[in-house]
Design a protein around this ligand. Sequence first.
Ligand code: KIV
Length: 251
Amino acid sequence: MKLRGEKISCLTAYDASFSALIDKAGVDVILVGDSLGMVIQGHTTTVPVLMDTMVYHTRCVSRARERALVIADLPFLSYATEAAAAVNTARLMQDGGAHMIKLEGARPDLVAFLVEQGVPVCGHLGLQPQSINRLGGYKVQGRAPVDADKIMQDALALEAAGSSLLVLECVPASLAGAISQRLKIPVIGIGAGLDCDGQVLVLYDVLNIGIGKRPRFSRDFMQGAGSIEAALQNYHKAVKNTEFPAIEHSF
Ligand code: KIV
């Protein structure tokens, strides 16, 4: 899709019903994100999310989808070592039915190890919510040239290590555009501007049913849609037609 210039649409899901609806709407990728810690479990961060919970929700999502690729998040500290990453990846893929796993941070050696075992890996750079207690807040990353350069170098290292995809969260649109151009693998943005190869949003933000304030980079696709099905289709079309994200959703 990247080669033919077709944008990739991705939404999070955590259960079978929404998985089936997203799948039918034509969305390319379903992410079982550890954002479930916030939107399903009511935590203020993703840090408390447990491996068992990720496996349970991944299984629910995988069962109901027929077409879309399923990516599942390795949660906080579940990939601190190669051994832990191998065991927990096996759980997400064998018990959960995920096609690909996602992990946060610049961990090219770990990515290379998993890829060697036959695991498709999605990296995640920019804002890394599992590191929120170190970061001190949900802030845009890579504004200073030195930080932007570090994210670019990390992205190149993850690609060289064999990552199949890269999620870039909350980075300036100009940086995300430059990384998307430089990398051969697709870059999926969230709060990263229009020039990424695809977009991902948290489902509950798209449907405007979240508990807290909807993030600035998201859009309420229920507005004017009339049904959940129509809202999901509108999101998919807006990504494909490059109508989303607009300037007001970007940094
Ligand atoms: O957990 C999640 O939903 C994510 C997306 C925000 C990219 O990682």
